[in-house]
Design a protein around this ligand. Sequence first.
Ligand SMILES: Cc1cc2nc3c(=O)[nH]c(=O)nc-3n(C[C@H](O)[C@H](O)[C@H](O)COP(=O)(O)OP(=O)(O)OC[C@H]3O[C@@H](n4cnc5c(N)ncnc54)[C@H](O)[C@@H]3O)c2cc1C
Length: 353
Amino acid sequence: MQAREIIVIGGGAIGLATAIELRLLGAKVTILSKDFKAAAGHAAAGMLAPQAEQIPTGSMLDLCLASRELYPSWVQKIESISGINAGYWQCGILAPRYTQTEQNSAWLAAPTVHAQQAGLSESIVGGYWYPADGQVDNRALIRSLFSASQSLGIEFVDGVAVETIHHCQNRITQLETSQGSMSAQHYILATGAWSQQLLPIEVVPRKGQMLSVLVPPEQRDRLPLQQVLFGEEIYIVPRRDDKIIIGATSEDVGFAPQNTPQGVQQLLTAATRLFPLLQDFPIHETWWGFRPATPDELPILGASAYDNLTLATGHYRNGILLTPITAKLIADLVWHQKADGLLSDLSWERFNL
Ligand SMILES: Cc1cc2nc3c(=O)[nH]c(=O)nc-3n(C[C@H](O)[C@H](O)[C@H](O)COP(=O)(O)OP(=O)(O)OC[C@H]3O[C@@H](n4cnc5c(N)ncnc54)[C@H](O)[C@@H]3O)c2cc1C
């Protein structure tokens, strides 16, 4: 049995980014990944939307805003290591509304909203504009993170499932995996929606179905959407590569795979109602993924019941947004034993009190 300095269990956006941060601090890191392709990071829309999501004031909003702030420089760092562009785009997010709602400084009246975005449903009566929100092309980000991890010499073992975490009192002693036993000085659990299969923590899968359409060639000179539309029941995310991402359902169906007629119909109905131009665009792809949901929708970050295992899971619908801050907080905690104040409300123990 070969001992490694740090083993990260799970190679999605959170596991990869945390491993990279630790490697840059000098750690020797191995990532164990059951199924790289199943990671929610491949399925997401990539919105960086703390304001459009209307996250209430408090620790979650503080965390999300801190991560949005980190994004440009963090992406640049990852891209400079990997050489792969992650499609970060601070395009702003427009949240159109069919009914007059509470107005604040972000509210735009109907004429302004329709002037800002041509082609919206005529039933739109106004909307909120969040210029600091944006997006990253999450699939490109994952490619960039993976490539950066390889450039930095991080060992990434795909197709190996951790089956049991053995412990003796309050220390993890070894992992039983589908390829034998492994051990390290420290472990990080970044297994997303699958976390409860390894430890009794409050994370369950919440399925999301998605699809994409392609902007027809004759409209590509000037893309019909230059900002994310965050509707009441749908979001529409234009990429710079002529794809438009449409999402997402939110279903409590465990790990039931595949797209369903009902799910796809729900997306298409809501998307073409909000932005009717889409109805003639060719469908490019459909897919689904599993968000790691917690009871209060906040992630579970920081210490665990074991001295040498740190938790980085439960990012629910904002895990792409929260990737840079999670990697920084967890690396500082593991490497420097520095617990940032942002972690204080995110302990796993909050559900056991
Ligand atoms: C449809 C959809 C839309 C979304 N849209 C957005 C969005 O617009 N913006 C945003 O910020 N977030 C979004 N999210 C949420 C975001 O994708 C997730 O919160 C984030 O990707 C979680 O990352 P993770 O690394 O924790 O988990 P994952 O990316 O799911 O990775 C976990 C990995 O761990 C591996 N694993 C699991 N168990 C084991 C084991 N026992 N041994 C070894 N490996 C294991 C899995 O195979 C997987 O590869 C969306 C999610 C979905 C599903």
